[in-house]
Ligand binder design. Structure first.
Ligand SMILES: *Cc1c(COP(=O)(O)O)cnc(C)c1O
Length: 393
């Protein structure tokens, strides 16, 4: 099918919930994608931080195929090797005790919220269920994670929302103290607010929050759905902030493109969720877990160092454009936000796409770049050349 045919079916038969780019992607290789009309693009999106190994990665595809030919799915009423092996590698790499596997970021955050509430309920009884989240955050699209999201426009239409969330200004301990109370059981945050505009939290603030959580026995809940699994140049972003959360979620990049997510808890929270408290039909699916094991094979310490260097290379390259449209450059590793002035971030994204570079937007004015973690310097250079052409001095 060509673009027009695909778009016609979409408009006729699919709910129109996305502001889609006017392109149908057909296939890819490394950090390069081709659309159905044969046009080639450098990819600075990797889905939305999902395809960490790029496209058509042989080891990834083979692991999925091999597992599909052994057993593609079996319920969690049985043990299987791929998820067990994955947990045994991921938990130590994060300094956590144990993992739960599900299918998406929102679902992972729901599980994390359940851990915080049950931990507090069992230790302190009722009335201590409130979770403080940060303004401008994004935590997902379910009724509960919409409410956890600290942006008013996500709190429309779908009433009644789940109760028990209060919002604090990011990077302000005063605001956090104002939201504090006897009813609080946890503080939930993204170390870098992704959808909100690629805004890294201040190190000092994150450490102060962790200290307060420890003092009051609130759980520190890290939403690393976007920042986790190598995106920022460490296995998890919290490792570069000098804190250790009680619970951390992950999803987007974990399985390199298959739907997969979950959370990990520390020793203190290991016993909170017991048989019957939580579950997922698809969670820990053998094919997805096999794919995730290939992602972990790839994320060696050397590879992660190179993610940091490539991120710096990309940020330096954007700074060197001397573009009048750039108001600031933020981010860590291969999670990069470029503040845009003089045109809207969406206009710029469309112009870059027309010239063969795929980018994302975030917040009100940010061009968001989440290239595959395996992107080469040559591919980064090709992307920068498009940026120079569209937005250079
Ligand atoms: C994408 C994202 C989510 C939601 O993940 P889904 O897989 O779409 O449910 C939650 N939190 C953060 C930080 C995200 O970036």
């Amino acid at each position: 099918m060509n673009f027009t045919e695909i778009k016609g079916l979409d408009e006729a038969y699919v709910l129109q919930t996305y502001g889609r780019n006017q392109v149908a992607i057909d296939h890819g290789q490394g950090a390069v994608l081709w659309d159905t009309e044969g046009k080639q693009y450098i990819d600075f999106t990797s889905g939305i931080g999902v395809c960490s190994l790029g496209y058509a990665n042989e080891a990834w595809a083979k692991a999925i195929y091999d597992q599909a030919m052994k057993v593609g799915h079996i319920s969690n009423l049985f043990y299987t090797e791929p998820y067990a092996r994955l947990a045994s590698r991921l938990a130590p790499a994060a300094g956590m005790a144990a993992a739960f596997f599900g299918n998406s970021g929102a679902e992972a955050n729901e599980g994390m919220i359940k851990v915080a509430r049950k931990y507090s309920y069992e230790k302190y009884g009722e009335g201590r269920a409130t979770i403080i989240t940060l303004k401008n955050s994004f935590h997902g699209r379910t009724i509960t994670t919409l409410k956890a999201t600290g942006q008013d426009h996500f709190h429309e239409f779908f009433f009644p929302f789940t109760e028990g969330f209060r919002y604090a200004e990011a990077n302000s301990m005063d605001s956090l103290m104002a939201a504090a109370g006897d009813d609080v059981c946890g503080v939930m945050m993204e170390l870098i607010q992704g959808e909100g505009g690629v805004n890294p939290l201040d190190q000092d603030y994150v450490r102060a929050v962790a200290k307060l959580c420890a003092e009051r026995d609130w759980l520190l809940l890290a939403d690393e759905v976007q920042t986790g699994v190598g995106r920022t140049g460490s296995m998890f972003a919290f490792q570069q902030f000098g804190v250790q959360p009680d619970v951390v979620t992950f999803a987007k990049g974990i399985a390199g493109g298959l739907p997969f997510g979950g959370f990990m808890v520390n020793e203190k929270c290991r016993g909170v969720l017991r048989a019957g408290d939580h579950g997922s039909t698809f969670g820990g699916n053998p094919m997805a877990a096999a794919a995730a094991n290939v992602v972990l094979d790839t994320l060696t310490p050397d590879f992660l160092e190179d993610v940091k260097r490539k991120g710096q290379y990309l940020r330096d390259g954007i700074a060197a454009l001397g573009s009048p449209y750039v108001s600031g450059i933020r981010g860590m590793g291969l999670m990069v936000g470029v503040g845009i002035q003089g045109m809207t971030h969406r206009e710029l994204k469309d112009k870059l796409m027309a010239e063969g570079l795929l980018c994302l937007t975030a917040g009100a004015d940010t061009l968001r770049l989440l290239p595959p973690l395996v992107i080469s310097r040559e591919e980064i250079d090709q992307g920068l050349a498009v940026m120079a052409k569209v937005m250079g001095a």
